[in-house]
Structures are given as C-alpha cells and as structure tokens.
Design a protein around this ligand. Structure first.
Ligand code: EPZ
Length: 420
C-alpha cells in the first residue's frame, strides 16, 4: 500500500491542468448500455474508479479500451446483465448500470452497494424510481432483481435531490413508453452532462440543469462520442491547496461556472481570485479568514469539498463551523486532523473549528477519497513531516495528485509501504 511523505511549509506556485470529471465519467460509461455500438470518450481521467467501472462493464461483455485520455467502449456484445457484489462493493456508483440494463434488456441483477467509509448510503430512491417506471423489483440475498417488459412513463418526486438516483431513473426513462416527470431532480453538472449525452444519443429531455426533468421516451438510441467535462472537485481541491499554503496558483482547463459557491467562499476567506473562461488564478492571503460553510446540493457548496474546507479552516485566524447537510456522518478525517494539531469539535453534522496558528506533521490514515485529500492539504501546511497512509483511497479520484502538487512546488513523494 502506498503512502505520501510530505514536508510542509512550501507555498504553491505555477499552474495545473484539471482533468476530466470522475463523476461524469461514472455516469456516461454505463449509459453506453442503452444502445449497442461504438463510443469514444475524450478527456477521460486515469482513475481507479474509472477502471473499476470499466471492469464491471467488461464483465457484461462490453469492450473497454483506454488509449491515454481516450476511452473506447463497444457494447455490441453485451451478454450478461449482472453487477456482482465483488465489483459493486468496491464502488457504489456501480449501481448506475441498473437503469440502463432494465431499460434496454428488460432485466438486471445488481448487488446492493452496502455501506461506505462514512456510513450507510441507501439506494431506496434508485429502486423506487425504477419500480415506478413499471419494473418488478425483488431484493434477494443482497441483490436487486429487476424485470420489465417495457418500462412505462411515471411521475417521480425525489424527497432528496439524489445525484445517483436522478442519473439512474433518467437512464431508465429515456426508453420508457410515454413522458416521465422527475421532480426534485439533482442538477449537478455531472447529471447535466449525462442528460446532454443522452440527448446526443437521441433522447428527448426537457429541463436539463433544473430540478424538473421531463423525459419523452423513444424506441431506440444511437451510440455517440463525447468529451468529459472538467472535474470541479479536483479544481476546488487545488484552489484549497493554493489557499492553505499561502500560494499563487492558476488552475487551467476547468469550468469556473461549476465552482461559483466555492469561489465566493474562497474570496470571503481573503483569497484574491481572477476568473477566466476556463481558468482561475488564486492568490492566497498571509493568513485565511474563518468562513462558515454548510454543504448543499448544486449549485450550493459541495459535500465533496467539505473535508478540504475543514482543513483550510483549521489554520484560519479565528473560529468557524462547517456543516454537512448532505451526509451527516462524513467526518472520518476529523480525528486524523486532530492528530495533526487541529482544534475541532464535532457536534452532530457540524465541525466547530478553532483556527490554529500551526499544525504539526504526523502519520495519518486515509479513510475515504475526499478525507484523504484533506489530509494531504494538512500535510502541505503542517510543520515538519506528514505521512499519509493508504493513498489508494486518493487514487480513486485524483490522477497523479502528488506529481501535480510537486510540480507546484510541494515537497511530496509517493513511497510503497508495508504499513496498513
Ligand atoms: C454522488 O454520490 C457522488 N458520486 C458523490 O461523490 C457525492 O458526494 C454525492 O453525489 C453528493 O453530491 C458520484 O457521482 C459517483 P446522492 P451519490 O445520491 O449519487 C441520500 C466523490 O467523492 N440518498 O446524491 O451516491 C444519501 O444518503 C463521491 O466523488 C438516499 O437517501 O449521492 C445522501 O444523504 C463521494 N437514498 C443524499 O441522498 C438514495 O436512494 C445524497 O446522495 C440515494 C441517496
């Protein structure tokens, strides 16, 4: 298992290219099950989660071949309609195959995802949504068994604007008979990207980018190529790295319009930001001002930036509160940050932070993707050496993070480690 060794205290300078969006790719790849044929995706990030989704599709008979940042997908020979537990337990997004399989092939056997590092993440909205579209659903021995002759349109209202459930139900509804309404749909950029991809394939979707989607089912779709949108969470993470180290960094090939909530918060913290059409430059203040954050669905402040923000506020000059209104228990990084000297008290789904002048390097343990990123950020500013263990969590969602940070002036290197 690899670890990072970081010597803190180096302000970051220079520019960094942001890669393609992990969460857009994890939605578009299973969407290829909706029409047999060849697809070519560009700006496809080289991440562990993408490989995991690729392996799952290959188990169904899909050809998946990577060439650099291009991914070639061929769904001519889909012959298996199952997502086994061995695959699904590695990555919850595997459940995205449910909607396309039931819509295109009329049956699917998909393992329930089980828990994740920070607690239960139910899939009831996915199941209820596909059931409302006319599928018969049984839960047997930890699997969702879904069957349907032809799905038929329905009016569906999500009590939570779930990203995954919106994606799954939308992918099922595009081939259903009639016009489906999805109320309180997620409007994250990755869902907008999925909807636009489906439209290119011949789907008919109104209300893209809003909480109300109207999907007029069609009989068949056609394979098309697409380019991944930039990863807004990678972009936000690098802005946080510049901010926490007192640096001056330009992030390129990003989409600033996807980061409006974050940009506003960085400015309140005293950062100076210049925003171009596909770049952002952040100049950090000598010390950060404390800024409260409450996460929300898009376009609010994303839960996937919550951990990074807590790290930043740990060294701000004053007290702040970071509340996660999406996941009430996504705080596994807090005890590790406390080991680095942070002063944080958890009160239900809120972290109350007393900004410290310094953090001190130590060995810390990654527990999940964004928690790991927050520990790397802490190591960049902590005095002395920080070792971040189990960076395989990071590799799920960040492509060569240590190389990109090193190129910006960080003292960081990856070493293989026998420590668990
Ligand atoms: C997506 O997960 C992202 N993953 C997550 O990013 C992100 O944290 C999350 O959306 C929220 O923005 C991908 O896109 C692959 P949800 P998803 O369904 O779809 C509740 C990362 O770091 N809920 O929008 O699983 C759920 O418990 C990952 O890249 C139900 O109650 O998230 C949560 O409280 C981590 N029932 C809320 O909705 C359901 O059936 C939001 O979850 C589904 C969700």
């Amino acid at each position: 298992m690899d670890k990072f060794i970081i010597q803190g205290g180096k302000p970051l300078h220079g520019s960094v290219m942001i890669g393609g969006s992990k969460n857009a790719a994890l939605a578009l790849m299973p969407a290829t099950l909706l029409a047999s044929g060849k697809y070519q995706f560009e700006n496809m990030p080289d991440l562990r989660d993408i490989s995991t989704m690729g392996k799952l599709l290959q188990m169904m008979g899909v050809d998946v071949v990577r060439e650099g940042t291009s991914l070639h997908v061929n769904t001519f020979r889909v012959n298996k309609f199952e997502a086994p537990y061995e695959q699904v337990k590695k990555m919850r997004a595997s459940i995205y195959v449910l909607g396309p399989l039931i819509a295109r092939y009329g049956h699917a056997k998909v393992s329930l995802p089980g828990g994740c590092a920070w607690g239960p993440r139910p899939v009831n909205l996915h199941i209820e949504g596909v059931r409302k579209l006319g599928a018969s659903i049984d839960i047997e021995k930890g699997y969702i068994i879904a069957k349907a002759k032809r799905l038929r349109a329905a009016k569906i209202t999500f009590d939570v604007a779930s990203v995954g459930a919106t994606g799954n139900v939308m992918m099922a509804a595009v081939l259903a008979k009639g016009t489906t309404l999805i109320k309180n749909a997620a409007m994250e950029p990755e869902i907008t990207a999925l909807a636009q991809f489906l439209m290119k394939m011949g789907a008919r979707i109104d209300g893209i980018g809003t909480h109300l989607l109207e999907i007029e089912g069609v009989d068949a779709l056609t394979p098309v190529d697409d380019v991944m949108i930039p990863d807004r969470i990678e972009a936000g993470t690098f802005l946080a790295a510049a901010a926490i180290t007192g640096g001056n960094v330009k992030i390129e090939r990003c989409k600033p319009a996807h980061l409006t909530a974050e940009i506003a918060k960085f400015k309140k913290a005293g950062c100076v930001l210049e925003v171009g059409d596909n770049w952002i430059r952040l100049k950090a203040p000598r010390s950060l001002r404390p800024v409260d954050v409450t996460t929300a669905v898009y376009p609010g402040f994303p839960t996937d930036m919550q951990a990074q923000w807590i790290t930043m506020m740990s060294v701000a000059r004053g007290n702040s509160t970071v509340t996660d209104a999406i996941y009430f228990d996504r705080f596994k990084h807090v005890p590790e940050l406390i080991r680095l000297g942070a002063d944080i008290t958890l009160e239900k789904n809120a972290a109350v932070i007393r900004g410290m002048r310094h953090l001190a390097g130590a060995k810390v343990m990654s527990t999940d993707l964004r928690a790991s990123a927050s520990l790397v950020l802490a190591g960049l500013v902590a005095q002395g050496k920080t070792e971040v263990l189990r960076v395989y969590h990071l590799d799920r969602g960040y492509d060569r993070l240590e190389k990109k940070l090193h190129a910006l002036g960080a003292s960081i290197r990856r070493v293989s480690s026998q420590e668990f």
